[in-house]
Design a protein around this ligand. Structure first.
Ligand code: SAM
Length: 237
């Protein structure tokens, strides 16, 4: 079965709709992901089923955990090959998605893939999250932040919450360690004004455990956060 056939077979069980326009875009995405991966290391998951389920479906479920409204702004921190940000931009053409990563060559691939998919509601930003989060042009400008496979939750909160408006949300895509990471993130949540609103737990076909942690930003963040990389690494909140 092709990537799209696998995706269409499993998506309905997750309440995810794959229409023709999205199928076409994701088909191009899968093809270019493989092509670019021959030049630079984007992902180890390249088989049809893996791309369909571990990349596309995993990211599309995020759309079931939030109500995205036209004109809203999302920033995907540590987007890598565009997960989940580029998948969400393809599925929700009426939202504006910023794809941020510190690795320029990955962003070059993502820019090319987005262009060929015909996805224009994305902006590419080459920066470290903790540096961009101190800049007024990015700070508290977003309705949602997302991140998958970037850092443990207590560190991720310092990377992502500075981008989010008060009242907005951070959607953290996690695996089986989600509850443990939440336990370890209590100090970080209280320092950075985040509150866990809900946790959507599910399993991908095949059994991989997944969780989307929805964190609401309830107050402004003290201006000293995010700190510089070395401090975050040395003394995570
Ligand atoms: N989110 C993608 C996914 O799920 O496939 C990529 C995950 S990859 C393991 C982690 C990515 O986060 C890398 O592309 C890396 O460059 C980026 N990254 C790590 N720390 C970062 C930081 N502080 N600021 C921006 N990007 C960062």
């Amino acid at each position: 079965m092709s990537v799209i056939e696998v995706l269409k077979q499993h998506a309905p069980a997750y309440g995810v709709e794959i229409d023709d326009a999205l199928s076409q875009k994701l088909c191009v995405y899968a093809q270019l992901l493989r092509e670019w991966n021959e030049k630079i290391n984007l992902t180890a998951i390249l088989d049809d089923e893996g791309i369909a389920l571990k990349h596309f479906l995993d990211c599309l479920v995020v759309g079931k955990c939030a109500e995205f409204k036209a004109g809203q702004k999302i920033i995907d921190v540590g987007t890598g090959a565009g997960f989940p940000g580029l998948v969400l931009a393809a599925a929700f053409p009426e939202i504006n998605v910023t794809l941020l990563d510190s690795t320029g060559k990955k962003l070059k691939a993502v820019e090319d893939i987005a262009k060929n998919m015909g996805v224009s509601n994305v902006e590419i930003v080459h920066a470290r999250a903790e540096e961009a989060g101190q800049k007024p042009v990015f700070r508290e400008q977003y309705d949602f932040a997302t991140a998958r496979a970037v850092a443990e939750l207590r560190v991720l909160l310092e990377y992502t919450l500075p981008f989010v408006k008060v009242g907005g949300h951070f959607l953290s895509l996690k695996g089986a360690s989600a509850l443990e990471e939440i336990d370890g993130a209590k100090a970080s949540l209280s320092t950075l004004g985040g509150k866990i609103e809900r946790i959507n737990e599910f399993s991908l076909p095949g059994g991989d455990k997944r969780a989307i942690i929805c964190v609401k930003k309830i107050s402004h963040i003290p201006s000293r956060y995010p700190r510089v990389s070395a401090q975050i690494a040395k003394k995570p909140l």
